[in-house]
Design a protein around this ligand. Structure first.
Ligand code: NAP
Ligand code: ZN
Length: 367
């Protein structure tokens, strides 16, 4: 992170967002090499046509390929290594298709394939390591993983999720908003709230710069239209395009700043209670804002059309639903974050057990 400079900018990914995006950029995909390894989830990329679109482009371009369609939600290290084992002998590039889970998995797989002499320890080793080029095709509208350098995996040994220390920038991101047409309402709502979380956590962040705030300012003002779209189930190309663009802008913002406390607190809820990522993040947003600088908080609220943090919390609850957490899990999460300063280093205000309890109690029902 280059938090001390207001002009730091790095986004090496070429990104397009348009109808029929895959077919229109066939040459850009095929220019990546002779053998592709497609990394995707179990069902959705078949249902929404994204997998077929990519396969047609590869076949027309005489690029050989193999598909691994076994990526689970919140992929684990084991899931990644399973995909690595199945890779074609001479993979030139990796294509991730799906929500954040397959996209994050494709980055981790690209790292392992570029370092065939290393074992899974490489994933969380702090070192400079090469990775194969990655093409990303998102089919949800929240993580921004198509453009971010992050890959978040489940670590069963630690009963949580964590971002790899490696920065794996995709080389090409192809966004076709129509892939959202097959997404259930819950996926749209949870992932749109995840994008809002990225914008809020990037804005209220020790690494925020004028440039990262520029992405946030623009996308927060676009987010104003999202509650109406989601509550009224508006399923037009324009609505899908807006959702995808906000997600990508939010990805551009967190690529420069990282996320902050709500993401760190959310991971144990997702691990222990299988709360979907966006919903788990969204529940902590208003409390995170309430403890922050009042001007930043009001600025965010006015951009995305809320008169108070309570109105923002009510809207998120209406979209994603309430969460109940057993006391023992809340206590463990609070102690874990309070005891590891690296987990709160992006938060611009002091973080201690008292504040974390405040945030927890305000955000979920503790049972
Ligand atoms: P996801 O875990 O990728 O997918 C959730 C569910 O939605 C899956 O069942 C998936 O089905 C389905 N799905 C995906 N696209 C669909 C579509 N168009 N139509 C119908 N169903 C669809 O969800 P996500 O919220 O996008 O990603 C969450 C992951 O991203 C978490 O692991 C989180 O930590 C990570 N994340 C990464 C970043 C980053 O910067 N890299 C940022 C935030 C979050 P299939 O399994 O069949 O595909
Ligand atoms: Zn997120």
């Amino acid at each position: 992170m280059k938090g001390s400079s207001n002009m730091y900018y790095k986004l090496p990914t070429e990104l397009y967002c348009e109808r029929n995006c895959i077919t229109s950029h066939a040459d850009d995909i095929c220019a990546h090499g002779k053998t592709a390894y497609i990394i995707t989830g179990k069902h959705s990329s078949k249902a929404n046509g994204s997998l077929n679109d990519v396969i047609s482009v590869l076949e027309n371009g005489h690029i050989s390929y193999k598909v691994f369609d076994g990526i689970c939600e919140n992929p684990s290290i084991e899931n990644i290594m399973e995909a690595v084992k199945e890779a074609p002998k001479k993979t030139d590039f990796v294509i991730g298709i799906g929500g954040g889970s397959p996209l994050d998995a494709s980055k981790a797989v690209s790292l392992m394939l570029a370092n065939p002499d290393k074992n899974e320890d490489l994933l969380y080793q702090k070192c400079d390591a090469d990775y194969l080029p990655v093409v990303t095709v998102p089919t949800t509208c929240g993580t921004g993983s198509e453009i971010t350098p992050y890959s978040i995996l489940t670590i069963h040994r630690l009963c949580t999720k964590a971002s790899l220390p490696h920065k794996i920038y995709p080389s090409l991101a192809l966004i076709d908003p129509m892939y959202l047409d097959s997404a259930p309402d819950t996926v749209l709502k949870n992932t749109a709230v995840d994008a809002l979380g990225h914008l809020i956590e990037s804005y209220i962040n020790t690494n925020a710069t004028n440039i990262s705030k520029m992405f946030c300012n623009h996308a927060l003002s676009l987010w104003k239209a999202i509650p109406y779209i989601l509550k009224n189930n508006i399923r037009t190309y324009e609505a899908y395009e807006l959702l995808m663009m906000i997600s990508a802008y939010a990805g551009m913002a967190i690529s420069h700043t990282g996320t902050s406390l709500p993401h760190k607190i959310s991971y144990s809820l997702t691990y222990e209670q299988e709360v979907p990522h966006g919903k788990a993040v969204g529940t902590f947003l208003s409390a995170y804002m309430r403890h922050a600088d009042i001007y930043a908080c009001n600025h965010i609220l006015s951009l995305c059309g809320f008169s108070s943090v309570h109105m923002l919390a009510d809207t998120i609850n209406e979209l994603c639903g309430h969460i109940e957490v057993p006391y023992s899990l809340a206590e463990k999460a609070v102690k874990d974050i309070a005891g590891d300063s690296s987990k709160s280093r992006n938060c611009p205000y002091p973080v201690n057990e008292e504040i974390l309890w405040d945030i927890y109690k305000e955000s979920v029902a503790i049972i």
